[in-house]
Design a protein around this ligand. Structure first.
Ligand SMILES: Cc1cc2nc3c(=O)[nH]c(=O)nc-3n(C[C@H](O)[C@H](O)[C@H](O)COP(=O)(O)OP(=O)(O)OC[C@H]3O[C@@H](n4cnc5c(N)ncnc54)[C@H](O)[C@@H]3O)c2cc1C
Length: 259
């Protein structure tokens, strides 16, 4: 089974993130990059499916040079190899361009199953799985909290407000996963050492056969037109309970039209 896990390096959510005034893009240079948290679940699921059914796990990441650190971490968790799409011409790509670039590489490397996190913690669009599936002409099964592969089909439990739906699709397919699906493993010392020798293919736009005119900020079909800082948090109202706390709480909720 040829499993490809898409991994994005994102700015550490524990750090203060700002948008750049000149082009409304996230300032990524001043913040440490980490693997998008949901992608760790995607990697873990890829490894588990590979352990159950054989084959290999390839990590695919599009991003500037520092994304190599996240790729290396994914390899130290146990993935077999990686492809890193890196080119200055990709900077400023929107979701359409990102999906075009990743789909082009996926067509080149081949796949039975593509696994993604359900969303990134920086742009949080949650659209990449659907866009990839459409571009690749394969089914998408999204928001999986369980994945089972049986011969030529993949069956997932699709997380929903009311519980879950069971959805089956023929392989090859694209799956996005939620954090309930598993508990990602920590890289072992042996894994970290082994990762240093695992193959990482670095592709430029030209190597991948991607038209530079179709990616990057210049080709973006979407744009951030304005942004503003969130207003500082107001001090809350403190109500002293003098035996009538419940009434006061109810009055407050009624005044806010919550009840
Ligand atoms: C005008 C504009 C400029 C932008 N400039 C930049 C920029 O310079 N740099 C930048 O990083 N973003 C930039 N973005 C945001 C970028 O478009 C999105 O990050 C990208 O489209 C993916 O959307 P998402 O992260 O919300 O993906 P989601 O759909 O939320 O992600 C779902 C999953 O897709 C996979 N995935 C997402 N992105 C990648 C990737 N790059 N490589 C591998 N797997 C991936 C992961 O598995 C992830 O969990 C820009 C957006 C706009 C509108």
């Amino acid at each position: 089974m040829n499993i490809v896990v898409c991994v994005k390096q994102v700015p550490d959510t524990a750090m203060e993130r700002t948008l750049r005034a000149e082009d409304s893009r996230l300032d990524r240079a001043s913040i440490d990059g980490v693997i998008n948290e949901l992608d760790e679940y995607a990697i873990e699921e890829g490894l588990r499916q590979c352990e159950a059914h054989g084959g290999e796990v390839t990590i695919l990441s599009m991003g500037p040079e520092p994304a190599a650190d996240s790729i290396r971490k994914a390899l130290s968790m146990g993935a077999d190899k990686a492809v890193h799409l890196v080119d200055d011409g990709l900077a400023g790509s929107d979701a359409l361009a990102t999906s075009l670039a990743l789909a082009t590489v996926l067509q080149r490397i081949g796949f039975d199953l593509v696994i993604l996190g359900s969303e990134s913690t920086d742009a949080r669009m949650g659209v990449l799985a659907a866009m990839l599936a459409e571009r690749l002409g394969v089914p998408q099964v999204s928001l999986a909290s369980q994945v089972e592969i049986d011969g030529q089909a993949v069956t997932i439990r699709r997380q929903a407000d009311y519980g879950y739906d069971t959805v089956t699709a023929a392989l090859p397919a694209v799956v996005s996963v939620v954090e309930k699906i598993n508990e990602p493993r920590y890289p072992s010392f042996k894994g970290i050492m082994a990762a240093k020798k695992k193959p990482v293919e670095t592709l430029s736009l030209a190597d991948a056969g991607i038209d530079p005119a179709q990616v990057g900020l210049g080709a973006a079909a979407t744009e951030v037109v304005s942004f503003a800082s969130r207003p500082p948090r107001q001090a809350g109202t403190t109500v002293k309970d003098e035996g009538d706390g419940g009434v006061k709480a109810a009055e407050y909720l009624a005044a806010q039209k919550f009840i």
